[in-house]
Design a protein around this ligand. Structure first.
Ligand code: SF4
Ligand code: SF4
Ligand code: SF4
Ligand code: SF4
Length: 369
């Protein structure tokens, strides 16, 4: 790929032709705050936090929408940039229901401390599912905002809990439109959009219905891209370890990580390195695995019917029982159903066994088994 050279904050860097200024900076580990940019979404320029100065170009430009070019001189920090960036952030915070963010005591407060600013605080970061992973917190910390020059004007609208897997709390939404763009660009569904204008603007479905009454497919691609605690899973877990695997549901073969805690699958994320899915998952892969894997009635050992009752058995015993009974039949007297939840290799061996050993073409599989 063709390379270009540019200067960011006086540092010469090499970038790939076609990168934006933001991508070029990120490739050189130069931090530029942003809340609407997401690597696999089209440049948007919505949050206006990534503004930079570029020599011989007028005004402050959004780094996420400006192509990097050969010989460019970029400045990411200056009094003028910081003033505009700070005001943009303060306006965003003025509608965000979390006084913790700009509180001077923030670093010293634990989850259950009594808040000295309010007697009964229910909208602190410590009660938000995104606490600790929230990108807004990171930007506020970077900008060291500890007081607002504009007055607070937060909303109090009901949380949409209609979806069985995740909630939309519009009170915490910063209108970055990542969810809308993910639904449009990644899934091609277009279940949500930015509706209304001005202060009334919000993420909404067609007709402003609850999400479950829309064409939403519950894939959660919007949820994983939300930078704050506005789109969050019904339950949030912090896994002890992750196990890389392939989704067992269909032949696409999406690669994923199972988050494991106390030997239970508690969450799932797509693997960005997965050649078939690049981190994306559908509703089955993202939300449909933990329940059956953790189910107390899940079979974890073969069962052999003895005197009309199914009893636990070893694999040797079970295989001997099947082999013994198969010997009583031949050819088309036998049919075998395999499963798409098995690996390609296992299914290949099964059809080979049925055709070559049992002597029949009665072999099928079902994606739902
Ligand atoms: S979205 Fe972020 S800033 Fe807002 S309450 Fe949650 S953790 Fe705090
Ligand atoms: S869950 Fe999927 S289909 Fe539904 S709104 Fe989000 S991205 Fe769109
Ligand atoms: S719900 Fe999340 S991703 Fe969607 S616009 Fe609001 S903050 Fe952005
Ligand atoms: S995540 Fe969905 S598309 Fe991907 S393999 Fe699983 S079922 Fe198929």
């Amino acid at each position: 790929m063709e390379k270009i050279n540019l200067t960011i904050n006086g540092q010469e860097i090499e970038a790939t032709k076609g990168m934006t200024v933001l991508e070029a900076a990120q490739s050189a580990d130069v931090y530029i705050p942003t809340l609407c940019h997401y690597p696999d979404l089209e440049p948007y320029g919505g949050c206006r936090l990534c503004i930079v100065e570029i020599e011989n170009m007028r005004g402050l430009l959004t780094a996420c929408t400006t192509p990097a070019t050969e010989g460019m001189h970029v400045t990411t920090e200056s009094p003028a940039i910081n003033e505009v960036r700070r005001m943009t952030l303060e306006l965003m915070l003025s509608t965000h229901p979390c006084d913790c963010l700009e509180c001077h005591r923030r670093e010293r407060c634990g989850p259950y401390d009594v808040c000295l600013r309010h007697v009964a605080v229910t909208d602190r970061c410590v009660v938000c599912p995104s606490n600790g992973t929230c990108e807004l917190q990171k930007v506020v910390d970077y900008m060291v905002v500890r007081e607002l020059r504009v007055s607070k004007d937060t909303k109090s609208v009901p949380v949409d809990i209609s979806n069985p897997f995740f909630d939309i709390d519009r009170n915490r939404c910063i209108l970055c439109a990542r969810c809308v763009r993910a639904c449009q660009e990644i899934t091609g569904v277009g279940a949500i959009d930015m509706a209304y204008r001005g202060y009334a603007m919000k993420v909404a479905t067609f007709g402003d219905t609850p999400l479950m009454d829309s064409i939403c497919r519950s894939c959660g691609e919007c949820m994983v891209r939300c930078p704050v605690g506005a789109l969050t899973p019904k339950e949030t877990f912090h896994p002890e370890r992750e196990v890389k695997t392939i989704c067992p549901y269909c032949g696409v073969g999406c690669q994923m990580y199972l988050g494991v805690k106390n030997e239970q699958v508690v969450c799932i994320r797509g693997d960005e390195e997965g050649p078939a899915n690049h981190g994306r998952l559908c509703v089955k892969g993202r939300f449909g695995i933990a329940e059956f894997v953790n189910h107390p009635e899940r079979l974890t050992t073969p069962l052999v019917r003895k005197n009309g009752q199914l009893e636990e058995a070893s694999w040797e015993e079970a295989l001997a029982a099947v082999a013994g009974k198969l010997g009583n039949y031949k050819g088309d007297e036998v049919a075998v159903i395999s499963s798409a939840k098995s690996t390609n290799e296992d299914n290949y061996v099964m059809q080979k066994f049925v055709r070559a050993v049992l002597g029949t073409n009665n072999i099928d599989h079902c994606a739902r088994l």
